[in-house]
Design a protein around this ligand. Sequence first.
Ligand SMILES: [Zn+2]
Length: 289
Amino acid sequence: MPSFQFLHRPKNPLEQGGRNSIPAKPGADDAELSEQCPNCHRQIPLSQLWNDANTCSCGYHFRIRAAQRLALLADHGSFIPEFDGLLGGDPLSFPGYQKKLSATQSLSGSEEGVLCGQVTIGGAPCCIFVMDPYFMMGSMGTAVGEKITRTFELATELSLPVVGYTVSGGARMQEGMLSLMQMAKTSAAVRRHSQAGLFYLTVLTDPTTGGVMASFAMEGDMIFAEPGATAGFAGARVIEQTVRKKLPPGFQTAEFLQAHGFVDAIVPRNEQRAILARLLAMHQKGGVR
Ligand SMILES: [Zn+2]
């Protein structure tokens, strides 16, 4: 079994300048920088993208760092980080993994692929986990699985609902079988939380795939998705090669999944905080507040 280490005291990741801190708003030096929208091909200045929560006016949702997303959702100053500093190590001594992990930590400013903690959203308390697309594409290794499991255990202990934002390329191959184990472990924690009569809402963001999709991402009492998000288990090409059939247009998009009953609602990023606040208020232990 892998051992987990807390390397330093938890620190609020929303503090500017620290690890996991919210990306700084583009300053004057970045005034000329822009990003092209893959949907409408418009050039969008970075400052505007930042102000619009990384969405384009055409409705395209760019990926967003976990800390920035958390800042959009959380009531100001309400986030209490949990399990920060929990690292999984290199259980298989996989060639080059430690080096890649260290480089990713330096580049992303994050320690691992998920942020977890307690928070209030519109005054309603919950436990939350937010996966980070900029940390090895949110891949689930032992630390990610352990942090999410502990988030559910904490929520069960505190009788709180859980909100989970998923983004993942799947299991972290460098941790092999131990990554796959996280599917069963997280699912057991979700089950115990559910048996305690507590509410769990997931929001699938682009892309949610592999072992994450096949475990806690699809275990929410309610499942939301962001517009246009890719979500599915195996890749479309692998499925086509296996079943030897052409897949329908839009397969594995949030919209396709909603039409086929896997997703309850597609909620644009700028509406999520208000909807989450209402749902969380309705689902506090003991009924409507
Ligand atoms: Zn656009």
